[in-house]
Design a protein. Structure first.
Length: 233
């Protein structure tokens, strides 16, 4: 393969997948910021509502809690390869909410003390929860990103022109989304308040992303500017 062919091939790959760049850049920014918060936040306001006291600890919910990582990733990757417009909508939804979370955690540090001091049972699921507790501190919890991103992933599925037509995918996404949301409270990773605030933020972003459709509005504005630009012969 000569240099000209290589350059053409690289250019084609870049043109086809350049929409991955914002995702990669934001991923680096988010993880760097989040890790800094985890290491440096030592004082925080406790979050607690009465409903928290009525929600029992149930270790089985650790399963959907961990499935969240695959759920959100699979939805975003599918949209990345199959539906660029809905991919951008999902990115706008997810990135905005995650940025709000980072600012809240930075300027209004928060946490909870809902975790059980001793596991009520000894089984593989409580072992998973104990491992989670060791690796993830009970700080930087509001709004719950587990809840917010689960809602974002399901909205992306439900509003996708392709995925929404597949009944089992749409229903499966809804069920998994609900289980993940419940899991955050039943394994005592989040207060009900974190869940409520995630729903409120999701409602706002749903309106901006899907009702107003900020992505289409932005694309139309760009096309209008290009048409308005005088062509030089």
């Amino acid at each position: 393969m000569n240099n000209s062919v290589k350059k053409l091939y690289v250019r084609q790959i870049y043109t086809k997948y350049k929409h991955a760049i914002p995702l990669l850049i934001y991923g680096i920014i988010y993880m760097t910021w989040f890790v800094w918060l985890e290491k440096n936040v030592t004082r925080y306001s406790l979050i607690h509502v009465t409903l928290d006291d009525y929600i029992p600890f149930c270790e089985l919910f650790v399963i959907p809690y961990f499935l969240w990582f695959a759920y959100v990733s699979v939805v975003v990757l599918w949209l990345f390869f199959k539906d660029k417009d809905d991919y951008w909508r999902a990115c706008v939804f997810l990135f905005t909410g995650m940025t709000v979370f980072l600012f809240v955690s930075t300027f209004f540090p928060n946490g909870h003390n809902l975790r059980p001091a001793v596991m009520p049972r000894d089984n593989i699921f409580t072992a998973w929860v104990a491992h989670l507790y060791r690796t993830d501190t009970p700080t930087n919890i509001c709004p719950s990103i587990h809840v917010y991103n689960s809602l974002g992933a399901h909205f992306a599925v439900a509003r996708s022109r392709k995925l929404s037509k597949i009944r089992w995918v749409r229903i499966g996404s809804f069920v998994l989304c609900i289980l993940i949301i419940l899991s955050t409270m039943f394994i005592k990773q989040h207060s009900a308040f974190d869940v409520i605030t995630a729903f409120v933020l999701s409602a706002v972003m749903y309106g901006i992303t899907y009702k107003y459709d900020i992505v289409t509005a932005f694309q139309e504005r760009i096309r209008a500017r290009k048409k308005a630009t005088p062509q030089i012969n």
